[in-house]
Design a protein around this ligand. Structure first.
Ligand code: NDP
Ligand code: 8X3
Length: 253
């Protein structure tokens, strides 16, 4: 793989953390974003031991000024980003669209759509200038098929699909590639966050079948990035074998 410098947002947990581990290795430079500085530091130490150079960039992706400051603080040469993994994201609650919290929906929209767009706006011009780069957006099966109680989250991931597709069109006359990876159910901290820390409710989401692990999704991201330059993996829908749609899972009693 030629990619040398990889920036991952939301690298302190789940899919983002698994991507960081998957890309770690000799000669690879990792730029890891997250809000939890302690977790970022622990991960940095682990990946440095594996032979990677690592910069941690602690900032909330919704904070554009913090994002600009953090990116400007990168040491010389580190802004030559080869791969941007727009992963940071969340869902909050499972309320009906006419009952939920406007504040929570703002958080979901600001993180899953507006921050992804801001990161893209910040990093992609340099890629275009250098004639090299790959943007991997972590979408979701939820962006293909909405489900009740998930309207805003599903809409945010439909937006990720639209933004990935339009970016691919905008970049068609460049060597850059755009991939939208759309996972089904992955057992991470995602459902704990969605259910405001209710571990039992989160566990029930994955009960009776084998969900994906963050590592499974990281493998897909790695595959797309490792493909030869003339191959653009535009979109991947990846789900557990026991899942068929965003809501249909075969659960053993
Ligand atoms: P996790 O909750 O385990 O990880 C989410 C990561 O995003 C955390 O590192 C979290 O950090 C970070 N994050 C959230 N908000 C912000 C923010 N404002 N600024 C910086 N970092 C932030 O969940 P997943 O790994 O499952 O989720 C990763 C992505 O995968 C999301 O975009 C999600 O929508 C998507 N996805 C997940 C699926 C699943 O079933 N798990 C399926 C399909 C897609 P912090 O701990 O600080 O909140
Ligand atoms: C997360 C997967 O099915 O909970 O994107 O929406 S799902």
């Amino acid at each position: 793989m030629k990619a040398k410098t990889i920036l991952i947002t939301g690298a302190t947990s789940g899919i983002g953390e698994a991507c960081a581990r998957r890309f770690a290795g000799e000669g690879r430079r990792l730029i890891l974003n997250g809000r939890n500085t302690e977790k970022l530091d622990t991960l940095r130490r682990e990946l440095v031991a594996l032979g990677s150079e690592v910069q941690t960039l602690p900032f909330d992706v919704r904070d554009r000024e913090a994002m600009s400051r953090a990116m400007a603080s990168l040491p010389e040469g580190w802004d030559n980003i080869d791969v941007l993994v727009n992963n940071a994201g969340l869902s909050l609650g499972d309320d009906k669209e006419y009952e939920g919290s406007l504040e929570e929906w703002d958080t979901v929209i600001d993180t899953n759509i507006k921050a992804l767009l801001a990161m893209t706006r910040m990093v992609v011009p340099g890629m275009v200038e250098r004639g090299h780069g790959h943007i991997v957006n972590i979408g979701s099966i939820a962006g293909d098929t909405p489900y009740g109680g998930g309207g805003v989250y599903c809409a945010s991931k439909a937006a990720v699909k639209a933004l990935s597709d339009s970016l691919r069109i905008d970049l068609v006359d460049t060597p850059l590639r755009v991939t939208n990876v759309k996972p089904g159910k992955v057992e991470t901290h995602f459902s704990v966050t969605r259910y405001h820390g209710d571990q039992a409710k989160a566990d029930a989401v994955y009960e009776g079948f084998q969900p994906l692990r963050g590592e499974d999704v990281a493998e897909v991201v790695y595959f797309a990035v490792s493909a030869p330059d003339h191959v653009q993996i535009a979109e991947v829908l990846v789900m557990p074998t026991a899942q068929a749609t965003s809501t249909l899972c075969a659960r053993k009693k």
